[in-house]
Design a protein around this ligand. Structure first.
Ligand code: PBG
Length: 327
């Protein structure tokens, strides 16, 4: 029997051949580590639903970032857990709030060795757990929240953040933050917009990580996107670009690869994907049972996110993947 003229297996024969023809590469340069820092604790606190991830003290955060720098990881994104919460989420914009002091610590110690990002939202800081201020009727007040986001942006920039990452899904948030940054001599501070962010059930473990419970059994569906939709994501991305976003994000990642591909096709700005807490937790849980090889699945998933069009991935696997990929 003659061979068929095209034999697709020929280039899969050896590891070196496969490496040579690989279309997508995941490198340490693509990774952003989400890190939690908690006010008023003496020892790092484990997060049960995120094995291997902790709420850091200021000191343990510094050590973690040192190790990430040594592994070549280019960026971290900080989330704060304040000691006390209130209706306005005051801790988010307090110059002595936990993220601001942590940013100063890291900027002092690492200079420009690593990109410092900060999530810009109120939900970790509000006692009702919503991403913005509430009206008396209990809905999230879009425009009043924008004023708070502007204050948070300035506080983060004053503390040395390189990139503000607004995640609250208020309309007009990128414009409000850009104006506040430009108006406070922070024209160099960049914005990574959580542009297409869905009201996903995959954020469950994150809410444990930041001690957030939404009041009255509520949810975020009145501001985060409905996962039945994809055209809406393109409108969200376009709005954020028009308002001045430097980079855009799709979140979560794996359930939204179609969104990533469509966003990739519409813009050339750097595109991030957030492999979220639930995605991480599922891999860990199945691996713990011995049902999957967790490290292999993590690499496969994160590479798929790049293949779908992302330039960078925010992932709780950053450190373990960096250890594997490190040259
Ligand atoms: C909001 C925010 C959330 C996450 C990142 N930023 C939670 C939410 O929208 O409910 C989730 C990240 C994850 O699940 O890993 N500040």
């Amino acid at each position: 029997m003659a061979f068929p003229e095209r034999r697709l297996r020929r280039l899969r024969r050896t590891p070196a051949l496969r490496r040579l023809v690989a279309e997508t590469r995941l490198t340490v340069d693509d990774l952003v580590a989400p890190l939690f820092v908690r006010e008023g604790i003496v020892d790092p606190q484990p997060i049960v639903s995120l094995p291997g991830v902790v709420q850091h003290t200021r000191e343990s955060l510094r050590q973690e970032v040192r190790e990430l720098v040594d592994l070549g990881v280019p960026a971290v994104i900080l989330f704060g857990v304040p000691a006390s919460k209130d209706a306005a989420g005051t801790g988010a914009s307090d110059p002595d709030g936990i993220v601001q002091v942590a940013l100063r610590d890291l900027r002092d110690e690492f200079g420009d060795e690593i990109v410092l990002m900060a999530d810009l939202c109120l939900d970790e800081y509000t006692d009702h757990g919503h991403c913005g201020l509430l009206t008396p009727a209990g809905t999230v007040d879009n425009d009043a929240t924008l004023e708070r986001y502007a204050q948070v942006a300035v506080a983060q920039a004053d503390a040395g953040v390189d990139v503000c990452a607004p995640s609250g899904m208020m309309d007009g948030q990128v414009r409000a933050i850009r104006a506040a940054l430009d108006g406070s001599s922070h024209a160099d501070t960049a914005i990574l917009a959580y542009a297409a962010k869905y009201a996903s059930a995959l954020y469950g473990p994150f809410r444990d990580a930041v001690d957030v419970e939404i009041a009255d059994g509520g949810d975020r569906r009145a501001y985060q996107q409905d996962w039945h939709n994809v055209r809406e994501s393109l409108a969200e991305v376009q709005a954020d670009l028009d308002e001045g976003a430097d980079m855009v994000m799709v979140k979560p990642a794996l359930t939204y690869l179609d969104v990533l591909t469509k966003v990739r096709a519409m813009t050339d700005v750097p595109l991030a994907a957030y492999h979220v807490s639930g995605e991480y937790a599922m891999v860990h849980a199945a691996a713990e049972k011995g049902w999957i090889d967790g490290d292999a699945v993590a690499l496969e998933q994160l590479t798929a996110v790049k293949r779908a069009g992302a330039d960078m991935v925010l992932t709780y696997f950053t450190r373990s993947v960096a250890e594997v990929l490190y040259p």
